[in-house]
Ligand binder design. Structure first.
Ligand SMILES: [Zn+2]
Length: 472
């Protein structure tokens, strides 16, 4: 509707994988029982002292390195002061002036580079629950759960780019094991800030920030709604107010929640109960060795090693667990087109249908490997392989047992194939007559009859060959 240019930045919060909270020993777990993982530190009792969880530091450094950031050897903690019912201390401990990592970047799938301004460590707040009696309840299990916040420069020009960025971040956090980054569980949250302007030379417009976007779909809808809303305001000569907006998932609309705070309103000051965080140089360099193969590097390698297309490499690397499953399944085979294609066609669809991760399948990559070997040496045909795979997924039985039980092994034993063909011909005299009188198209029909009788036990090629001879 408008020809205004949107400018978008993103703040992403990711929950760091850790057994305990950031400043106390309370457990971090996804649980339905409220207020069971709490103590004087995360409840903000006077006099309780925070002590930093070293696992969180390690994971933040790893995330920083994976996002091409510079790691700050010295960083510090600050108090961000505001009053809200889910914040028992009345302030949040975060990193303000000096974050643990800065100046990184990420490459989108369209090859565009998005600059990362900073990555810092902070604690999560509690959670407010508005129940059906219109009471507001508070669960402090989440208070003090470790987070990293990743802030980009305003480098996005569309909702699609922002969604792609979230997907890339999720991928990297999962590949490195920094976070499970499950959006439904709130382990990965994105808050876009948006402004519009007339041309790329005009100064940036007033920005708003959207909260409460709990899925990629919501991020896309929310951003597009806000771009439209701001564009209409500007087109009609109004000004955009600097506000924090809330996304309503049911209506797929965005509406103002409060005036946007500026940093000075939080009255940041240095956290007096925590010393500066000082890292050793060799600790940082040792973390580089723990990152493993990152998704983009893995895609490039899969393309080279297995001759898959770029699109196929994206499918295979969509989850680290799937890529691992693939490589273990085709290990020690020729990894030819036949079995690689079978994997790409069947396994992602199966995971989708069962809505599980590759690790949760009833069969292992080693089980699949033995089926792929059977396909490779044409001991079972692709139709049978599909049947076998379905049954493996349902029962967890070995492919060997299923092949035996269902009698699906193909034979190229000449006597057996001829026997099968002559039985089929005897049962279909009429078609045989017509073929011999010149109706050549009936050849295909007769192949079909043989295949049906063979139930996958004979390869089509060998039926073809012998049938032709026997019809002469
Ligand atoms: Zn605690």
């Amino acid at each position: 509707m408008s020809n205004l240019l949107p400018t978008i930045g993103l703040e992403v919060h990711a929950q760091v994988k850790s057994r305990s909270k950031i400043f106390c020993r309370c457990a971090v777990e996804f649980s339905n029982k409220p207020n069971i993982n709490v103590c004087p530190v995360c409840m903000g009792f006077p006099g309780a002292m925070p002590s930093l969880n070293s696992e969180v530091v390690k994971q933040a450094v790893r995330a920083g390195l994976a996002l091409n950031c510079e790691i700050n050897i010295v960083s510090g903690f600050a108090r961000k002061n505001y009053y809200y019912p889910d914040l028992p201390k009345g302030y949040q401990i975060t990193q303000f002036k000096k974050p643990i990592a800065e100046r990184g970047y990420i490459i989108l799938s369209n090859k565009k580079r998005i600059r990362i301004r900073r990555l810092h460590i902070e604690e999560d707040t509690g959670k407010m629950i508005h129940d059906q009696d219109e009471d507001t309840l508070i669960d402090f299990n989440r208070a003090g759960v470790p987070l990293i916040e990743i802030v980009t420069e305003p480098d996005f020009e569309s909702a699609e780019e922002a969604v792609d960025y979230m997907t890339r971040i999720r991928e990297i956090l999962r590949y490195t094991g920094v976070s499970d980054a499950n959006m439904e569980r709130g382990e990965l949250r994105g808050e876009p800030n948006i402004s519009v302007r007339k041309t790329s030379d005009s100064p940036l417009g007033t920005k708003t920030e959207i909260k409460n976007l709990n899925s990629l779909k919501a991020i896309e809808k929310g951003i597009n709604f806000e771009i439209d809303r701001q564009s209409k305001l500007v087109a009609e000569g109004f000004e955009v107010a600097s506000e924090t907006m809330l996304y309503n998932d049911k209506k797929q609309e965005v509406y103002p929640m409060r005036k946007k705070e500026s940093a000075s309103e939080y009255r940041y000051f240095i956290e007096p109960d925590l010393p500066d965080l000082v890292l050793k140089e060799d600790f940082v360099s040792s973390m580089k060795g723990t990152l493993g193969e990152l998704p983009e590097v893995r895609r490039e390698r899969l393309i080279k090693q297995y001759s898959v297309s770029r699109d196929e490499s994206w499918i295979l690397t969509s989850e680290k667990t799937l890529a691992d499953f693939f490589e273990r399944s085709v290990a020690n085979t020729g990894a030819g087109k036949r079995i690689v294609n079978f994997f790409i066609r069947e396994i992602p669809a199966l995971l989708n249908e069962k809505n599980v991760d590759a690790e949760k399948l009833l069969f292992t990559p080693e089980d699949l490997n033995s089926l792929l070997r059977e396909i490779e040496r044409e001991a079972v045909n692709l139709n049978s392989a599909q049947t076998i795979l379905k049954r493996m997924a349902q029962t967890g039985e070995s492919s060997e047992k299923i092949i035996r039980d269902l009698n699906l092994r193909q034979t190229n034993d000449e006597e057996k194939v001829k026997q099968l063909i002559s039985e089929t011909l005897a049962e279909n005299q009429k078609e045989v007559e017509r073929y011999r009188k010149g109706e050549e198209k009936l050849f295909g029909v007769l192949v079909g009859f043989c295949m049906k009788k063979a139930k996958g036990s004979v390869s089509p090629a060998s039926i073809n060959k012998h049938l032709k001879e026997m019809l002469k």
